[in-house]
Design a protein around this ligand. Structure first.
Ligand SMILES: [Zn+2]
Length: 465
């Protein structure tokens, strides 16, 4: 669908003049510390859900808006509150589902922040604060784009569905149930997931590939009780030694994943050199890269294994004993094109074949998330690419992302005919999940313009999905 230049000019002018209000609304959301992790105050997530609901209610575009929760499988509890809404389409128009999440990561060590994490602070062209980019800016992109749609057409043809999740950062434990219980309510032809990033602050991107994830805790035991390391060391293995020897088999000498059966996704990747890697990921002087192939080829298309936690005796408590048992958390990214359950079969086999010295082990807290490959040949995708290029005045990069958004696979399964578009208003300096998270205001404004132009284009020239 072609883009109307006059429409773009109108949208650009109105979004520009409303931008201070949009930014103020965003800052009000960031002030609510809606951390969805266990052990954090649920009331903040509830307040955040209420604030988000109010923003969408004010639009008067939806026939129904509700805050819902769903049970967490295998637990007695319900998940965190999500905001769902629905507007019926007219005159043969399609229905667009807008997704973002209103929960945030914990602030982490406050000493590492240059500003107060829940007090949004403007410095230059960026606003700093936890969740300002991931993903409260995604929420506000939808709000501002819908305000613009309404300004252009008080009674749009477009059908709309809304899904603002409240627990994305804690692994979406009740997502599948939420989706199952509200599948008809959220039924749509196009799904916009506004939770990803752009190539840089001047170049837009649409995310077309995401790695999947396999995460688990392994408990390893070799002895019924601890013993003096002088008495029995050298005869019996301690659990730490068994774990280290097992873990070391996950990589070859080049640091590349050595688990047989984990696949690779071959793809062309844009230019990305060592200097850019150094700038974005800050390796120390002399630290070498691991793996082989282009940098982006590795990040987008190859598996990686990271040990993210270990319970072993602490340095302070280190006595001369053989540790009888320890626990390790292993987080594995898998390549697009492989199902997480198939990857897990390969990993489980690798563990069974490589656990040394007959050590006992068991697996718990297994999480499987499927990778994603997005087809961008559909009409909605083409329209989104055109709208984004018009708003940014720059060619869109179709990018892979090393991270995972497993629920996209669940959306795809529930609505197999729907086109999924992964957008977002982050950029490589946004530092989502880290201290000093920030949002670039130019990226934010152009992101809103892109989505508004997309919605207005679909609304003025309906097509049948
Ligand atoms: Zn996010």
């Amino acid at each position: 669908m072609s883009i109307d230049e006059n429409l773009l000019e109108t949208i650009r002018a109105e979004i520009g003049s409303n931008f201070p209000v949009t930014v103020a609304d965003l800052c009000n959301l960031v002030k609510i510390p809606s951390v969805s992790f266990e052990g954090f105050d649920l009331e903040h997530v509830q307040n955040s859900a209420a604030a988000v609901k109010a923003l969408f209610e004010e639009l008067e575009l939806f026939e129904e808006i509700k805050i819902v929760t769903a049970p967490v499988p295998g637990k007695e509890t319900h998940g965190k509150p999500a905001i769902l809404a629905r507007r019926k389409p007219k005159n043969g128009a399609v229905t667009v589902l807008l997704y973002a999440h209103h929960d945030v990561q914990p602030e982490g060590d406050p000493g590492l922040w240059d500003t107060s994490p829940f007090e949004p602070t403007l410095k230059g062209e960026r606003i700093y604060g936890r969740g300002v980019a991931d993903d409260k800016a995604g929420v506000m992109t939808h709000v501002a784009a819908l305000r613009q749609l309404k300004s252009l057409n008080a009674d749009p043809n477009l059908g709309l569905a809304l899904f603002i999740e409240g627990e994305e950062e804690s692994g979406s434990p009740s997502f599948a149930n939420l989706l199952k219980e509200n599948a008809d309510f959220l039924e749509s032809d196009v799904i916009i997931v506004a939770d990803s990033g752009n190539w840089n602050v001047d170049t837009p991107a649409i995310t077309t590939a995401l790695r999947g994830n396999v995460r688990f805790t392994i408990d390893i035991a070799t002895l019924e009780h601890a013993s003096h390391s002088g008495m029995f060391g050298g005869v019996l293995p301690d659990a730490t030694m068994a774990a280290i020897k097992l873990l070391s088999t996950f990589w070859n000498e080049a640091g590349e994943v050595a688990v047989k059966g984990l696949t690779t996704w071959e793809t062309e990747t844009p230019e990305y050199d060592d200097t850019q890697l150094k700038h974005e990921a800050a390796p120390l002087d002399g630290v070498e890269q691991i793996g082989t192939g282009t940098i982006l080829g590795r990040i987008w298309g190859k598996p990686s294994v990271t040990v993210t936690g270990m319970d072993i005796p602490s340095v302070r408590n280190a006595s001369n004993t053989l540790a009888p048992n320890i626990s390790v958390v292993v987080s594995i990214r898998i390549a697009p094109g492989q199902l997480a359950k198939d990857a897990w079969v390969a990993i489980e086999k690798h563990i069974a074949e490589n656990i040394p010295f007959g050590a006992h082990y068991s697996i718990r807290d297994l999480e499987l998330g499927n990778p994603i490959l997005v087809d961008v040949t559909g009409e909605a995708a083409e329209t989104m690419i055109s709208a984004t290029e018009a708003a940014w005045n720059e060619t869109v990069v179709l990018q892979g992302v090393g991270g995972s958004i497993p629920f996209i696979a669940e959306l795809k399964e529930t609505y197999p005919k729907a086109e999924v578009l992964v957008t977002g208003v982050e950029d490589p300096q946004s530092m989502a999940h880290s201290p000093n998270e920030s949002l670039h205001l130019g990226v934010f404004r152009r992101g809103i313009e892109s989505e508004a132009l997309f919605l207005a284009t679909l609304d003025s020239s309906p097509y049948n999905g």
